[in-house]
Design a protein around this ligand. Structure first.
Ligand code: MN
Length: 532
């Protein structure tokens, strides 16, 4: 059982108040979960404590760690929301509520809906810390998945692989991503997992000696050239990621050169390029394999220099060169920008220089792509007014990013895209369908299948029959009643908002030329009550 000392031991820069707060949450959670057990038969509290320890390791603040301790206490009805707020404050309750809400969206294995669900989860998490608690929660659940009834294991493992690992990846949390993938892999495809593990082990043994020699030689050369205070590490490729690559290379392990990679971690960016010079002077690089992710970071902010060289000691080896800061970012991603509470406490108030160093590593293109889809429109008397429904952490990131020179394009894009918003709706089975806002049941039907669209008899939203013109709202459960004798009419063209629906309707009507698309106005936006 994780002790409170172990959790506190991971907290860096914590005040005595922070420590007392976490200690209180620890005792409180232990009491709240008293008598409750996990599938393994162990006390339930083990899960809460392990989640909190993971969060402490990621450098999260005291409130987030305490939220990890208490994340299941409200849902289980062991503590009331009022009591939690009174004892631990509104901020903690806010995070716990967010984690509970995320748990209600489940993945049922339709791969084409995975992206929509990922977006929905990110949109639902009104604070980035909610996602990070959820990832820490999922990590411990995966570590203990063997105790869960067999029929549930595969769904949970698939959800981890398809939804949560990609979210971790996009938040730049590389370590979390590969841990989640490798925990899920054996449950999703046991034979392939065993096969890949054997290959990896063989490769590890083969390359061990050569890599150690090479490491020594490179160290000597770097020291000679004045690169000091560096460290080197051997990193083995993750199982799932190796499996994916093997599939692309027709199962020929000899075509994969980054199974074992040598990492060189140096103090500064200048040192990175100096180390690259030393490396290329020592070993011949393979042409076309050199990538400078320092000058051109990956969309999730990842930075490093990758080069693949031919060595006499270990054959073909990938070398990854990065600074200490890049290394920390590559492992913890967005979480490494969160420690010491900067993000939750209004990052825009930080001075420019701090902001720059904190955010320059992230280019946010994924988050940027999300922002338009998270805007919603509300009607005001004086016309249509745009209102941001962006989670505040996204807005803060966007604002912080907007202050950095050279991002006018980002701001401009944000304004232009303001109206191209999306809604997320559900099929009766719980699959998420991502549609443009103001979409109707007709768009929904065609998004599922053209045959369903061509035979719509009626539509139900949240169990009630509605007209075909009804605009769908976030979280609606939409059911299409199909009948062979039902066919599209010309009126449907005005009702459909998506190009795909209109194309199919025109086909069904035998129209060859597209009529001028009617400009839909936002005049009948339905007022919706939240909470669906
Ligand atoms: Mn949990």
């Amino acid at each position: 059982m994780t002790t409170v000392k172990e959790i506190i031991g991971e907290m860096r820069g914590a005040s005595s108040g922070d420590i007392a707060y976490v200690e209180k949450a620890y005792e409180y959670s232990k009491k709240a979960h008293e008598g409750q057990t996990r599938y393994s038969g162990e006390p339930y509290f083990i899960h809460a404590a392990a989640t909190a320890k993971g969060l402490a390791e990621y450098g999260m603040d005291a409130v987030t760690i305490a939220a990890g301790l208490l994340h299941d206490a409200v849902e289980d009805g062991r503590v009331s929301r009022e009591e939690m707020e009174k004892e631990f404050g509104a901020e903690l309750l806010f995070i716990v509520d967010g984690v509970t809400k995320l748990g209600t969206h489940k993945y049922h294995g339709a791969e084409r809906h995975a992206e929509s669900l990922r977006r929905l989860l990110v949109a639902t998490a009104s604070d980035i810390r909610v996602l990070i608690v959820k990832l820490a929660d999922r990590k411990h659940n995966m570590e203990t998945l063997e105790h869960v009834p067999e029929h549930k294991r595969r769904r949970i493992a698939l959800e981890t692989l398809e939804i949560y690992a990609p979210i971790a990846d996009r938040l730049g949390m590389g370590k979390m991503k590969s841990i989640l993938e490798d925990l899920a892999f054996p449950y999703v495809d046991p034979d392939a997992a065993r096969h890949t593990a054997e290959m990896l082990k063989t490769k590890e043994q083969e390359s061990e000696e050569g890599l150690a020699k090479m490491q020594k030689e490179l160290k000597k050369e770097l020291a000679k050239k004045g690169v000091q205070h560096f460290r080197t590490k051997i990193r083995m490729k993750g199982l799932w990621s190796l499996h994916q690559k093997l599939k692309r290379k027709r199962d020929d392990i000899n075509l994969i050169h980054d199974i074992a990679a040598l990492r060189v971690i140096v103090p500064t960016v200048e040192d990175c390029y100096a180390a690259l010079g030393v490396t290329h002077a020592l070993y011949k690089p393979l042409p076309g394999k050199f990538k400078d992710y320092i000058a051109f970071p990956k969309p999730n902010g990842y930075q490093s220099i990758h080069t693949t060289v031919v060595t006499p000691e270990a054959g073909i080896v990938e070398i990854q060169i990065r600074s200490e800061e890049m290394h920390r970012n590559a492992q913890f991603g967005i979480a490494s920008h969160m420690s010491y509470k900067q993000l939750g406490k209004g990052v825009v108030k930080l001075d420019k220089e701090t902001q720059k160093s904190r955010f320059s590593a992230l280019s946010f293109s994924w988050i940027r792509s999300l922002i338009p889809s998270l805007m919603k429109i509300t009607k005001k008397e004086n016309g249509v007014k745009s209102v941001a429904s962006v989670p505040s952490w996204l807005a803060e990131l966007a604002e912080a990013h907007a202050d950095i020179a050279g991002s006018e394009e980002f701001v401009a894009g944000l304004k232009e895209d303001f109206f191209s918003h999306r809604v997320f709706v559900f099929t009766p089975k719980g699959d998420v369908i991502d549609l443009p806002a103001e979409s109707t049941p007709i768009d929904f039907a065609y998004a599922i299948h053209s045959d369903l669209g061509d035979h719509i008899q009626g539509a139900k939203v949240n169990g009630k029959l509605v007209s075909f013109e009804t605009p769908l709202g976030n979280g609606d459960i939409v059911e299409i009643i199909r009948r062979d004798s039902a066919h599209p009419s010309a009126k449907w063209l005005e009702t459909a908002r998506t190009a795909i629906a209109r194309r199919h309707i025109r086909n069904a009507l035998g129209m060859t030329e597209a009529p001028k698309p009617s400009r839909r106005r936002h005049s009948h936006t339905r007022k919706r009550s939240p909470g669906h």
